[in-house]
Design a protein around this ligand. Structure first.
Ligand code: NAD
Length: 241
């Protein structure tokens, strides 16, 4: 079978490097272009592109984006013009950016997720159920990330907050900690009188997110245009073991 051709957007970043390294070891994937603001001398000749040159990228099947919100409009324009799928994990997007993603999904298969780990995908459902069972309890969402993370609260914390809301819980209070090189921890605390229920997810290695995004890319390459949910791809991951 022909490998899926990938364009990695945000290639020089922490996530971009994990994606490039893991893809290189996987015969079902072929990275044909890597876009970042700073040149990447370690890549083979012709693979790196500046964001301004994205329209000149060679043909690709799926774009994987872990960059910054400033790059999203240009990326969407190129994916829509080519009719190729987009997996995005970029957080800190505005409501207007999310509206642009929704609009693009009328032309291309698109999957955005604030967190590509399997554990957080399951945690969302648990949080919604806990919130439904504990509508009067106080809710606190505590998140810890490395010092260079730009957005706060994290995209994952906001998604978990939306799950609290969907379950009918009290509006959560967010607490963001930035320390050391923490990859990402989220604790959702439901506090009642004399007791507290806590649901925690800890990511120890950002390869977890990269592997999830690459699995989503393989899955999305076979989907029709439209906005897709990571939950649906995860069902396929769980089924495939
Ligand atoms: P980083 O700062 O290490 O890397 C950012 C990358 O984006 C760099 O390669 C940079 O050159 C590139 N970039 C910046 N502006 C750009 C533009 N306008 N056009 C094209 N490329 C541009 O960041 P990171 O730690 O790799 O994280 C990237 C994003 O992914 C963040 O939003 C982060 O919160 C998010 N993230 C999501 C998940 C998830 O599972 N969804 C997991 C980890 C990180």
């Amino acid at each position: 079978m022909k490998p899926i051709r990938l364009m990695i957007h945000g290639g020089s970043g922490r996530m971009g490097r994990a994606l490039t390294r893991i893809s290189a070891a996987d015969a079902s994937l072929q990275v044909v272009a890597v876009v970042s603001r700073s040149p990447m001398a370690e890549l083979s000749q012709g693979l790196w592109l500046a964001p301004e040159a994205l329209a000149d990228a060679p043909p690709f099947d799926v774009a994987i984006d872990f960059s910054l919100p400033s790059g999203i409009a240009n990326l969407l324009a190129v994916c829509r013009a080519r009719g190729v799928a987009l997996v995005s994990g970029t957080t800190g997007l505005s409501d207007a950016d999310h509206a642009k993603l929704d609009a693009a999904a009328s032309d291309i298969p698109l999957l955005w997720a604030a967190n590509f780990s399997i554990g957080v995908t399951v945690l969302r459902r648990l949080v919604e159920r806990a919130a439904a069972a504990l509508p009067q309890w106080d809710v606190d969402i505590v998140e810890l990330h490395h010092q260079r993370k730009l957005d706060a609260p994290s995209g994952t914390a906001l998604v978990l907050g939306a799950a609290v809301d969907a379950g009918g819980g009290k509006p959560p209070t967010y607490h963001s900690l930035r320390a050391g090189d923490a990859v990402g921890e989220h604790s959702i605390q439901f506090s009642g009188s004399g007791e507290r229920l806590e649901l925690i997810h800890r990511a120890y290695d950002r390869d977890v997110f990269a592997r999830g995004a690459l699995f989503a890319a393989r899955w999305l390459a076979e989907q029709n245009k439209g906005k897709h949910r990571l939950e649906d791809a995860v069902q396929a991951i769980v089924r495939s073991g």
